[in-house]
Design a protein around this ligand. Structure first.
Ligand code: GTP
Ligand code: MG
Length: 441
């Protein structure tokens, strides 16, 4: 019985020809055509990442949406004809479908019917590697599928298989809601335990200044991360190549060190369950000092992608955090004018190329500015009998300068504002033998 609920992914992309499908956007009359194209381009890219090919795109403009099937009867008949003519295995809708709509459409069309969330969940399932990511994906999938996990789901996966149906319950008919609930509770507990461990690790790093890379999926976060930290995390031309968080040290031009994290990317209409399940993965970004928002400057939907990321940051409650917009991939922009236009449209952004390292030094200098503006400079004279305190300073601050004299050691260091008070209270008991001066950078 347990296997019913265990996540069960089979990667078919290398073994079988890609599944073929029709992508359909049902929009209100008068919706801007270029946005619709963007949505369908992205849907097609999502399908390609999941291992499927879109052979036909349909846009259906409507004044009102039919609650039972989204489409009207006439359109549905037309769609059925396309399904037959093109011999496709699935139809995917850009909008969210209710379980009832999925069922009705499936009955009418005789093929698998998917929506955007299902394909995103499918890709997450395909790319999850770590225990944490697998647990998060399974939880999100079960929560998403819970209302659908009646006979419909097992019927679906048995009948059609393939993309959009990978997940719990592939092989068995018993879809006992009680068991699913138990599994959800179990996964939540497991995530809670993982999060507790993570919290301990994060608290050990809390004295370091932290930057987090965030951004739309495929913007180049991992490529930039590798450049800045000499790491080798997976970076590829795929949506959601990264599903977990990696933290590494990054050295700034002055030699000062900060921490940098790379994490899962965002996308338009990211299923709410996924955001909720990935909370522990995103905690590093939530608790960072500065966000580095990486955007793909060559993408036709650049503005919308930036907006989506800003909205997602707002749902995480961190849209007010200091952040720097990085317009990446400028090496691939065709002409100089394009760069100038970007610089004009986004005056506060930094144009970079993670691939060719263009402006990476400027980025490091900007990071240094953030660090300095959040720190205080202190100069302390420590007598030789206070070596324990000296060691404490070395452990908790960035020592910039040290002079050894007969009567003791004078050191100058940077300490994050938040820790300056604590450090002072430690140093003050030495008064009057200890002098200190504060200089704000
Ligand atoms: N031309 C160009 N391509 C880049 C640049 N940076 C990244 N890429 C390419 O963009 C694709 C995505 O890069 P990743 O670093 O995996 O992007 P990501 O933001 O980590 O993506 P996810 O983890 O999937 O959300 C890869 O094919 C990279 O080689 C760049 O500066 N210029
Ligand atoms: Mg990545």
């Amino acid at each position: 019985m347990q296997s019913l609920l265990t996540f069960n992914h089979v990667d078919r992309s290398d073994e079988q020809p890609a599944e073929r499908g029709i992508a359909i956007a049902v929009v209100r009359k008068g919706t801007d055509r270029s946005s619709i194209d963007e949505y369908l381009d992205e849907l097609e890219q999502l399908c390609a990442t999941a291992g499927a090919e879109i052979v036909l795109r349909i846009v259906q403009e409507r004044d009102r949406f039919d609650p039972a099937t989204l489409l009207g009867k006439g359109k549905l008949a037309e769609l059925l004809q396309f399904v037959r003519d093109y011999a496709v295995q699935f139809v995917i809708f850009d909008e969210g479908l209710s379980p009832v709509q999925v069922r009705n459409l499936q009955t009418a069309l005789g093929v698998k019917v998917l929506d955007r969330s299902m394909i995103i969940l499918d890709i997450f399932a395909k790319h999850a590697r770590t225990l944490e990511a697998k647990t998060q994906v399974e939880l999100a999938q079960l929560q998403y599928l819970y209302p659908r996990l009646t006979r419909l789901w097992t019927h679906l996966s048995r009948q059609y298989g393939g993309i959009g149906t990978r997940g719990p319950g592939e092989t068995q008919i018993e879809t006992d809601r009680r068991l699913i609930k138990e599994r959800i509770a179990h996964l939540k507990q497991r995530l809670f335990d993982i999060e507790r461990q993570r919290a301990v690790q994060r608290s050990e790093r809390k004295d370091s200044f932290r930057f987090a890379l965030v951004g739309y999926t495929n913007a180049g976060k991992s490529t930039l991360f590798n450049q800045l930290t000499n790491a080798t995390v997976r970076a590829e031309d795929k949506l959601f190549a990264t599903l977990d968080t990696t933290v590494r040290r990054c050295q700034l031009p002055s030699g000062r060190k900060v921490l940098l994290s790379d994490t899962v990317g965002f996308i338009r209409k990211l299923p709410a369950h996924l955001v909720a399940s990935f909370k522990s993965t995103l905690a590093e970004a939530v608790e960072s000092d500065v966000l580095l928002h990486v955007a793909d400057a060559t993408h036709p939907a650049l503005d919308h992608q930036i907006e989506t990321v800003t909205e997602t940051l707002a749902t995480l409650g961190i849209e007010q955090k200091p952040h720097l917009l990085l317009l990446n991939k400028v090496d691939a922009l065709s002409d100089r004018d394009a760069r100038h236009q970007l610089a004009y449209r986004y005056p506060n952004a930094l144009l970079i190329s993670a691939r060719t390292c263009y402006n990476i030094h400027s980025l490091l200098l900007r990071m240094e500015e953030y660090l300095l503006s959040a720190c205080m400079r202190m100069r302390v004279h420590v007598p030789y009998h206070a070596m324990r305190e000296l060691a404490y300073i070395y452990a908790n601050a960035t020592v910039e300068h040290r002079t050894d004299a007969d009567e003791g050691i004078t050191i100058e260091f940077l300490v994050p504002r938040a820790q300056a008070g604590q450090l002072l209270s430690l140093v003050e008991p030495f008064a009057p033998s200890v002098e200190y001066s504060l200089e704000q950078s």
